[in-house]
Ligand binder design. Structure first.
Ligand SMILES: Cc1cc2nc3c(=O)[nH]c(=O)nc-3n(C[C@H](O)[C@H](O)[C@H](O)COP(=O)(O)OP(=O)(O)OC[C@H]3O[C@@H](n4cnc5c(N)ncnc54)[C@H](O)[C@@H]3O)c2cc1C
Length: 480
């Protein structure tokens, strides 16, 4: 066993890319387990990238710590030897935050997936950063509780990645963002110090809340190693509806009405007919309507009294708020309706070349924004198919420009830069955000100024300089 371990160390050393300093390599070899570091080509490719597929992975090596102590000792070494580090979770990010394209050392948290016993009185659970989101859901469900951070990639994403991106998802309208569901954080700083921030306290007014600095900072200020998650009761039985409506103003009219109804909305999602056509083509599943419609709304609501629900349903039809609709009669039907919405992202990529954006606006500005965007595209991007969907109940739109079949890929990619500029100018005009929930990473960095002022960016840079003066943590992400 020991001989094997030594052989593996020598094997790593022999293949170690020149970009990692020899003294650093030597100390990793002597101070960590034999399977701590990999330079296997398959690992470099797999762990050097996220879902964005825009940049090519080129990490120097990948490390797989098992404990906070290992992360701490590693970062001390990295800081001493000026080794650049990319923290890596489930690699489902859509902003190239976990991309290692410049010979960095990737720190994968995947082995750190311990979940402590659920605190039933405090309704919390402490987990390591590499715990998979869905595994946390299953684990806490055994106690009738849940961590309400929920989206299509939950089977792969990690709690550490969710925290570092301040992830949103389909239940934000009811529960808010990840930020609201993290009580305490354990973070390792660029210098290798271990910070315990806020423990499991609900209330703690003792000055600046450092925990919040790390949430959403995409691994640029520290590596999250453990978190105390706030839990809530599992929602009760849910009703799932799918409605057909003609256009975005109708989507919003229905939203205003549904919010006043006597049920609790868990999710209010919308997609256009163009999205549906691509899901149908890719997955072979269909909406339960005979006639196509401009837009569709999926509502999941915690089950109301049956009478109240029937009254509301009769009202939306009688008052012309919807043109067609269905209420799932079983959990299987509910899953089928959800599949139409959750299959969109994958179907766009499988049936064409989408250029994806994830923006948010004040809900009150959505109608004007969509109308103005339509005008821009009619005037200057004729023939482009625009596939819109998203968590519209919280102002979040996923806007996808599809490459026209007749256009070369290079020309399309070049023109999307102009289209983005025009769209982000509208986002700024309506006081929205160029990244609602996916983050900035490498992908949206050139556009940050549309959402953050010069003064804000200067302050963000100053914070980074104080916390990571050698710029070893996820360099080049969010800001240069
Ligand atoms: C099909 C699909 C649907 C999606 N739907 C949604 C959605 O509805 N809402 C939403 O918000 N997102 C969505 N996403 C994006 C993505 O799943 C989230 O951003 C998720 O939170 C990323 O988690 P991850 O573990 O995969 O992080 P990664 O992609 O591995 O990393 C994301 C960022 O966090 C940093 N990071 C990772 N772990 C740590 C750590 N322990 N400490 C410090 N930094 C760390 C990385 O360096 C990187 O900057 C979707 C993605 C896909 C593929």
């Amino acid at each position: 066993m020991w001989v094997l371990a030594v052989q593996r160390c020598l094997h790593y050393a022999a293949r170690m890319p020149a970009t990692l300093p020899a003294a650093f390599v030597e100390q990793v070899r002597s101070g960590f387990p034999a399977d701590f570091l990999s330079t296997e080509p398959a690992d470099l490719t797999e762990f050097g990238k996220d879902w964005t597929r825009v940049f090519s992975p080129a990490p120097a090596a990948i490390v797989f710590p098992r404990s906070t102590d290992e992360v701490s000792r590693l970062l001390k070494l990295c800081n001493t030897h000026d080794v650049k580090v990319v923290p890596s979770g489930g690699r489902t990010g859509l902003a190239a935050g976990a991309m290692a394209a410049n010979g960095e050392l990737v720190v994968s948290l995947k082995r750190m997936n311990r979940m402590d016993p659920v605190d039933l009185l405090g309704m919390t659970v402490r987990v390591q950063a590499g715990a998979v989101t869905e595994a946390v859901h299953k684990y806490t469900a055994e106690q009738g509780l849940t961590w309400p951070v929920d989206f299509a990639s939950k089977g792969s994403s990690h709690v550490g990645g969710n925290i570092s991106t301040n992830a949103g998802g389909v239940r934000v309208i009811r529960y808010g963002l990840t930020r609201q569901w993290v009580l305490g954080l354990q973070v390792v700083t660029a210098q290798g110090e271990v910070l315990e921030l806020n423990g499991s306290l609900e209330k703690n007014n003792t000055g600046t809340d450092l925990r919040q600095l790390f949430i959403g900072s995409e691994g640029t200020l520290g590596i999250v190693t453990e978190a105390t998650l706030k839990l809530t009761r599992l929602p009760g039985k849910a009703d799932v509806f799918l409605f057909a409506v003609p256009d975005v103003p109708a989507v919003l009219r229905l939203f205003r009405d549904a919010r006043k109804a006597s049920f609790v909305i868990n999710a209010y999602e919308f997609f256009t007919d163009k999205c549906l056509r691509r899901v149908e083509k890719h997955r072979g599943i269909h909406a339960p309507f005979t006639e196509p419609s401009g837009c569709y709304v999926l509502i999941e609501a915690e089950a109301a009294q049956r009478d109240a629900l029937d009254t509301w349903l009769a009202h939306v039809f009688e008052d012309g708020l919807v043109t067609d609709g269905t209420l799932a009669q079983s959990s299987r039907q509910a899953e089928e309706l959800w599949a139409l919405r959750e299959g969109i992202s994958e179907s766009l990529s499988s049936t064409g070349l989408p250029h994806k954006n994830d923006i948010s606006l004040p809900v009150a500005a959505l109608e004007a924004f969509c109308a103005e965007l339509h005008t821009v595209f009619e005037a200057r991007y004729q023939g482009w198919e625009i596939c819109n969907f998203g968590h519209i109940g919280d102002g979040n739109l996923h806007i996808n420009f599809m490459k026209p079949d007749t256009m070369e890929k290079a020309e399309f990619l070049a023109r999307t830069k102009d289209a983005d500029q025009e769209m982000f100018a509208l986002v700024r005009k309506h006081r929205g955000s160029i990244s609602a929930e996916h983050g900035i990473g490498l992908l949206k960095k050139p556009y940050l100024h549309f959402s953050r002022s010069e003064e804000e960016r200067a302050l963000q840079r100053a914070i980074k300089r104080v916390m990571d003066p050698k710029n070893i943590l996820n360099p080049g992400k969010i800001l240069d």
